[in-house]
Structures are given as C-alpha cells and as structure tokens.
Design a protein around this ligand. Structure first.
Ligand SMILES: O=c1ccn([C@H]2C[C@H](O)[C@@H](COP(=O)(O)OP(=O)(O)OP(=O)(O)O)O2)c(=O)[nH]1
Length: 151
C-alpha cells in the first residue's frame, strides 16, 4: 500500500478538530473535515471551496487521490462535490480543498470540523498512443450505452 504524507496546515487539526482518519479498518476512504473558521451556510445550488486544513503531496505518479461525496450526506442532504469528483495530482503540493455543492433544495450548514467528503487513493494508469487499423474482436465490440438491455 502507498504511504502518503498529509501536511497539517491548520493548527486546530489534531487539537479542537480531530485529525482525519479512516472510520473503520475496511474503509476505502478517509473522511475530510471542514477547516472553516465559522459555520458556513450553503443556499440550495450554491457551491464553495472549503479548506481541509491540510496540504498533500502524493509524489508517486502511479497514484492520485480523489475527493468524493460521503454517501449519507450526498444522498440524504444533497452535499456533493461541485466538481463532481476532485482529482488530486501526484505532483500537487498545495492545500487540499473541497468543492462543496449543495445540490439539494434546503439550506445546508457546515460547521468547523464537520466530515463533509472523503479522500480515496487510487492507482493511475498511463495510456500509450499508437496508430492502429483496429482492435482484435471482443464480445462487446462497439456496443455501449444500453446495448445489453435491462433485463
Ligand atoms: O477537489 C479538488 C480538485 C483539485 N484540487 C487541487 C489538486 C489538483 O492537483 C489541483 C488541480 O486540479 P485539476 O487539474 O483538476 O484542476 P484544473 O482546473 O484542471 O487546473 P490546473 O490547470 O491547475 O490543472 O487542484 C483540490 O485541492 N481539490
């Protein structure tokens, strides 16, 4: 497993705001906390960049990190990512920010320390470009977008 370092920038992390950590041994992601100074209310449809209080440097180009919604908040309260998925490049060394979007119909308030999204570490592949006449046949071929039906 890759070992990455998250630099704590906000002194409240690990003090008044707990350090992010996986919720269980089997958790794929680590919940990210909102390092805001004061409660922040998002109107329906509004999005805002929320600091996590941490900087990240993955280093190894074979990996990236993704910021994705937490299921409960996203499904029930409409708190999802304004960029749908946040992609964190291996060479990025800046502050880790969450684009928080209230896609719901009611106001949402984020209070300091709230776990509002999760961070996943994901292996990255690189495509090799080559001009070819075609592919060797596969069962699917060019079928997509519902070509296999529903039942
Ligand atoms: O939710 C996010 C998405 C991105 N980033 C940071 C890390 C990432 O490596 C950098 C650039 O992201 P991306 O490449 O998606 O942004 P861009 O709009 O294409 O900007 P750039 O021209 O800087 O690549 O911004 C975050 O902190 N949070």
């Amino acid at each position: 497993m890759i070992d990455i370092e998250l630099k704590v920038l906000d002194p409240r992390l690990g003090d008044s705001i707990p350090l992010p950590e996986p919720a269980t041994d089997g958790s794929a992601g680590m919940d990210l906390r909102a390092a805001v100074e004061a409660p922040l209310t998002l109107k329906p449809g509004e999005s805002v960049l929320v600091p996590t209080g941490m900087a990240i440097h993955i280093g190894d180009p074979g990996w990236c990190a993704l910021i994705v919604p937490r299921s409960g908040l996203g499904h029930k309260q409409g708190l999802v990512m304004g960029n749908l998925v946040g992609v964190i490049d291996a060479d990025y060394q800046g502050p880790l920010m969450i684009s928080a979007w209230n896609r719901g119909t009611a106001e949402l308030t984020i209070t300091p320390g709230d776990r509002i999204a999760q961070l996943l570490l994901v292996p990255v592949g690189r495509a090799r470009l080559r001009v070819v006449d075609g592919f060797s046949p596969s069962r699917r071929g060019e079928g997509g977008f519902g070509s296999t039906g529903v039942n």
